[in-house]
Design a protein around this ligand. Structure first.
Ligand code: AOS
Ligand code: ZN
Ligand code: ZN
Ligand code: ZN
Length: 403
């Protein structure tokens, strides 16, 4: 009689793999993911949204308490350290208070009026200098906080053909990024994020991974590419890009989110969990690759879902998909690929994806003294009710603006 039930030793083996994978898996939450955000049509204010950097740290600390997998929080210089390096002491205090550390430092080169025609690619040398100064201050903030990554998203671009010189703007970006890299210390990295459209709708100065990779190389050896999963055209094979970046040792990290149409910033894995599984598989199948050099970060914007629930759900989903990718038997898969046993290879791959790893995640959490059901624990803890009561009036009064 044949059986489809895995043997005890298979299960033990699976559990070992999953525990090892989860022990090494960390994902960073964005400070802006706890504040009120919206679309260009408006904002819906959430009573419990964070209204200050202290509240963002409190929320990030709670997500880490619930999941044990989110020990760092990405900071946005303009929103979280409006006084630049002068705010570093405040951040240090919050790190100590809430048990989570500052993660990537995100300069803001898109909100000031002077960046109307671009920041580091602006034809005006004075504006480029202002952008460089902000980048240099971000590097100093990173140094002072002992944070590894300065993470750049450049919103520059143009809306009409002929209205800007694409080529000269490349040269201007090279200059600024190189100067920024020169200012970093040996432990710092620069991450260069790409995006094909929005806010510019004719050309974006760093539109795809080729452009990001070139700029990273010109900038210097510690500049790497950041892949935001929402920043591709429909149908782009993102895991193939990841494979190439791994091959060229230029993958710096990710902004995870999911999308149906454009840069929708929905919860990771909510629309196409198989895609994230495939991305993780490229990483775990690369010999010698550890996740130490890859910054896994969440970059999402939840307008309707509760901020805290969305973040906990995202961390847990990322863990589930990473664990499933770790289940792929690489040796067996390689053998099948080499023999071109196509369907068997595909089935082996798919079987890992379809494995329900949730019972093993519960076992792992139990073994690590973490809440076994993080979302459930969030609900019963009363945390959301408490922050809603504390922050509700402030959120109502501010109309949901960033703090
Ligand atoms: C914008 O589309 C990018 O995804 C940015 O990485 C990110 O949303 C931004 O830096 C947050 O301010
Ligand atoms: Zn992003
Ligand atoms: Zn984006
Ligand atoms: Zn996005």
């Amino acid at each position: 009689m044949s059986t489809s039930i895995a043997s005890t030793s298979d299960l033990q083996h699976q559990q070992e793999r999953i525990f090892a994978a989860l022990d090494g898996f960390r994902i960073e939450v964005p400070s802006w993911g706890f504040a009120n955000t919206g679309t260009r049509f408006g904002k819906f204010v959430q009573a419990g949204a964070a209204t200050s950097i202290a509240e963002k740290f409190a929320d990030a600390g709670e997500v880490n308490r619930l999941t044990g997998a989110a020990p760092t929080v990405a900071l946005h210089v303009l929103w979280d350290l409006p006084n630049g390096t002068a705010d570093v002491e405040t951040i240090r205090g919050l790190e100590a208070e809430y048990g989570v550390k500052a993660g990537s430092i995100n300069p803001n080169l898109f909100q000031s009026q002077e960046y109307k025609f671009g920041s580091i690619a602006n034809p005006d040398a004075g504006v480029r200098k202002a952008a460089l100064d902000h980048l240099l201050e971000s590097v100093e903030i990173g140094k002072a906080l002992g944070s590894r990554d300065v993470s750049l998203w450049i919103a520059d671009g143009s809306n009409y053909p002929g209205s800007q010189s694409i080529r000269r703007r490349i040269e201007w970006m090279e200059e600024v990024l190189k100067a920024t890299h020169d200012a970093m210390n040996e432990t710092q990295r620069m991450l260069v994020e790409y995006k094909p459209f929005e806010p510019a709708f004719y050309h974006t100065d760093i539109a795809d991974w080729g452009m990001a990779l070139h700029l990273a190389r010109v900038a210097g050896p510690r500049a790497k590419v950041l892949v935001d999963t929402g920043h591709h055209y429909q149908g782009t094979n993102i895991e193939q890009i990841v494979a190439w970046l791994l091959h060229t040792e230029s993958l710096g990290g990710f902004h995870f989110n999911d999308r149906k149409y454009a840069d929708d910033d929905l919860t990771l894995g909510s629309i196409d969990p198989y895609q994230l599984f495939r991305i993780f598989h490229e990483i775990v199948s690369t010999p010698g690759e550890t996740t130490d050099n890859i910054a896994y970060m969440i970059d999402q914007s939840h307008n309707l879902k509760g901020k805290m629930e969305a973040m906990v759900q995202s961390v847990v989903t990322a863990q589930e998909l990473f664990a499933r990718a770790a289940l792929v038997d690489q040796e067996a898969l390689t053998a099948l690929q080499d023999e071109c046993r196509l369907v068997e290879a595909e089935e082996l791959f798919r079987s890992a994806f379809w494995t329900d790893v949730r019972p093993m995640l519960r076992a792992w959490r139990k073994a690590r003294s973490l809440p076994v059901e993080p979302l459930q624990e969030l609900r019963t803890s009363g945390y959301v009710e408490r922050i809603s009561a504390e922050r509700g009036a402030r959120n109502q009064a501010s109309g949901g603006s960033y703090a």
